[in-house]
Ligand binder design. Structure first.
Ligand SMILES: Cc1cc2nc3c(=O)[nH]c(=O)nc-3n(C[C@H](O)[C@H](O)[C@H](O)COP(=O)(O)OP(=O)(O)OC[C@H]3O[C@@H](n4cnc5c(N)ncnc54)[C@H](O)[C@@H]3O)c2cc1C
Length: 401
């Protein structure tokens, strides 16, 4: 976005561009090394920008999400609150009893809840929280969600009214307002295709780790080079900046130190062969499984599968898991899963705390004095999807202009 008025270089510490959305072919099957990336956005400007780089009809597949929740060996619809009628009667009755007592209460605004746990209980009741929302979120976030504030949820979860939950269960209405209820996926090479296209005609210096940033009268200097860079957009992990920025400025130092201990979570992923299914995602809220989600990447595009083998999927575990443990866990899951490849990404989910946003905002202001900007999931410490990263880049591009 900057290259219409600057000469831009991208300095990438890995030997391949793409960050979290990188994919590799392993024995002919496409491996999303972290999750399984699909694209959509509710922001028209983001969509316009995106589609100006791709041919939607020829290069992408449009799919409707077919997500299910595995519960008591049954597949339930997703999101669960719209498919309560699929629960066995003994589980359903206490949930409906509670929802009926809540329906006449005036709903609270999200900012009135002190944390994520209180928000989930306030919106869905204790019964549904104990059955599903609590165990699932504890697994995926691997943290005490009563300490997680709500701001990061902005736009991430629909805020259903109890009345609507009850009505959708009677009418058996599908839910279409979540950002990935339908999505686009490249016909070839998954999200690596997106990166490869955007990387065309860019000056990307791979295996280049930025380990020091200094400033002088003529500009910014990177890794001890001449101080002649006009501006720098940092997209790495903000916690590492304190060790990278070598600028003598006490206030800036305080702001950098304030973000060095932000908590995050990692993900272990396993590319597997699976029996055929028509699902896109399967959620695994129950404690009896260590994994929390199966992403059926082999269903997103036929080219993701090696033609002579079964379809593929990615099984996602929170945190670092031992490979032998994961193999045993795979045997418990449906689909006769056979592992093909493993990956551990230490930083995949940011965890926001009450004061995180204000710390990052203050840091941004101090860095901007030196023409240094933060952009992206771990740089801004925001729970961004790809589209939100693009949106944030657009905002930053305007500021710099
Ligand atoms: C499990 C999972 C599933 C997801 N699914 C989806 C999805 O389906 N759809 C969607 O839109 N989004 C999804 N996301 C979110 C998406 O992955 C992120 O929004 C996006 O990848 C963030 O991009 P980024 O550029 O901010 O950061 P990153 O992808 O982390 O890129 C940062 C880059 O900076 C480089 N770097 C860091 N430090 C340095 C340094 N010092 N010097 C040089 N280079 C450095 C890194 O090597 C990396 O390449 C998912 C995320 C996860 C974890």
């Amino acid at each position: 976005m900057l290259s219409d008025r600057y000469q831009v270089s991208i300095l990438e510490k890995a030997d391949k561009a793409g960050g979290l959305i990188k994919c590799d072919r392993v024995m002919g099957s496409l491996f999303h090394r972290v999750g399984g990336h699909v694209f959509n956005s509710k922001n028209e400007t983001v969509l316009d920008w995106f589609w100006s780089h791709f041919n939607r009809e020829e290069e992408f597949i449009k799919a409707t999400r077919n997500a299910k929740i595995l519960f008591d060996d049954q597949l339930l619809g997703y999101p669960l609150e719209n498919y309560l009628y699929q629960l066995p009667e003994e589980k359903l009755r206490p949930i409906i009893d509670e929802l009926l007592t809540m329906v006449s209460q005036v709903p609270k605004a999200p900012e009135e809840y002190p944390n994520f746990k209180a928000f989930l209980i306030g919106n869905f009741g204790e019964q549904l929280y104990n059955l599903y929302f609590g165990p699932y979120n504890a697994k995926i976030w691997n943290t005490d969600i009563s300490k997680v504030p709500l701001e990061w949820l902005d736009g991430k979860l629909p805020m259903p009214q109890i009345r609507e939950v009850i009505i959708s269960n009677i009418l058996k209405k599908e839910e279409a307002s979540m950002v990935h209820s339908s999505f686009y996926y490249p016909k070839n090479n998954g999200s690596q295709f997106i990166i490869d296209r955007l990387a065309e005609q860019q000056d990307i210096q791979l295996s280049y780790q930025v380990s020091s940033i200094g400033v002088g009268e003529k500009g910014i200097g990177i890794n001890g080079d001449e101080l002649n860079t006009q501006l720098l957009v940092y997209c790495g992990d903000v916690r590492q900046l304190a060790g990278i920025v070598a600028i003598e400025d006490e206030l800036l130092r305080t702001c950098l130190d304030a973000v060095t201990n932000l908590p995050s979570n990692g993900t272990s992923n396993v590319l597997c062969e699976t029996d055929d299914t028509n699902l896109s995602w399967m959620y695994l809220p129950e404690e009896k499984y260590k994994a929390h989600r199966i992403i059926y990447t082999g269903n997103f595009s036929g080219t993701n599968n090696e033609p002579n083998r079964r379809k593929t999927c990615v099984v996602e575990f929170s945190g670092k898991q031992d490979q032998d443990d994961m193999r045993s866990e795979l045997a418990l899951l449906p689909g006769n899963l056979k592992p093909i490849a493993f990956n551990y990404e230490p930083n995949s989910y940011i965890i926001q705390q009450k004061d995180t946003r204000s710390k990052i905002d203050t840091l941004k202001k101090h860095l901007a004095k030196y023409n240094i900007y933060l952009l992206g999931r771990f740089a801004e410490w925001e729970y961004y999807n790809m589209d939100k990263c693009i949106e944030s880049a657009m905002e930053l591009n305007k500021t710099i202009r």
